[in-house]
Design a protein around this ligand. Sequence first.
Ligand SMILES: Cc1cc2nc3c(=O)[nH]c(=O)nc-3n(C[C@H](O)[C@H](O)[C@H](O)COP(=O)(O)O)c2cc1C
Length: 334
Amino acid sequence: MTLLVGSASRILADAALAALRAPSVLNTQPWRWHIERDTARLSADRSRRLARIDPDGRLMLLSCGAALHHACVTLAAGGVDFAVDPLPDQDAPEALAIIRYRGDTAPSATAQRLRDAIAVRWSDRRPFSGTPVPDETLERLRVTAGRPGAHLHLVRASELVTVIAAAGHAAAAEMADPTYRAELLSWLRPAGMGRDGMPVDTITPPGVRQVPLRDFTTAGWLPAIYSDTDVADREARYGIVVTDGDGPADWLRAGVTLSAALLAATADGLATSAMSDLVEEPAARIALQRMLGDVGYPAIGVRIGVPAAGPPPPRAPRRPAAEMVEIVAESAPG
Ligand SMILES: Cc1cc2nc3c(=O)[nH]c(=O)nc-3n(C[C@H](O)[C@H](O)[C@H](O)COP(=O)(O)O)c2cc1C
């Protein structure tokens, strides 16, 4: 008996492979793809959820939402007609979304721009350059990222103090907790090592910044060698992905919006990094929610800026595709 992978399966598998470049919290890559005939099923790999940082699985689902968006952008850029059933809980309760292949259509130019950004996007935690981000570019980004149920809120100058306070509160609460420090440490990797987690040469030592970034160093890997007393990231802009609700479907949607914002920014030549520390501690999350005027739920922060000159650090690694993408072959007729 001959086993075949049909053309729909092959197209969906290519999209799933492209989605392995999606960002994920601490580079946990908590997703699984199952490709069978004309469907690609995305599920969360719950063994990769961060017990202390992410007890509800919101960041795990955000990461999966980013992967879903990467796959959809790849399909749309390649002229594939498809439908997405989010959280189809009847026949496969563990599934987060099912992509159904429907045939060909005209390739989308917007999707092609985002698809091309997948290969060149990375989390740039270096201080940004001193060049401001044009307001029109940010506005375009906001429009591209928005979708029903989730949008990108651009932080206004008057709101920055709340974001700074939320980051400071999160850092103080998390760093004071040995369980947090142990979990962070367990996902740090020596430079150039590992297929997941955060190799230490992909992170930047802490310094004085307009809004502090998560400090990866106090877990013991790097000395705080950043001695520049100037305030970095003066020209950084910040966005908050905001959802209408605060449940699993909203977190998945937030990941789609996050991915759209990161890829659109990359396509415009901007650098980005995600900031989930802003929402990991309930008090910080509530402070942000009040800042937003209770119009929605803050799901994650995004830092956006003009990249600094100089060579970028190495890219964060990915796990082998075979661990994350399963393709079911079909028997050939006859
Ligand atoms: C849900 C989520 C939360 C994240 N939180 C942070 C964060 O708090 N700080 C940070 O520096 N990067 C954060 N990131 C970025 C990841 O660390 C990054 O995507 C991962 O290490 C892979 O690296 P890459 O984005 O360069 O491909 C987050 C990403 C996602 C999707």
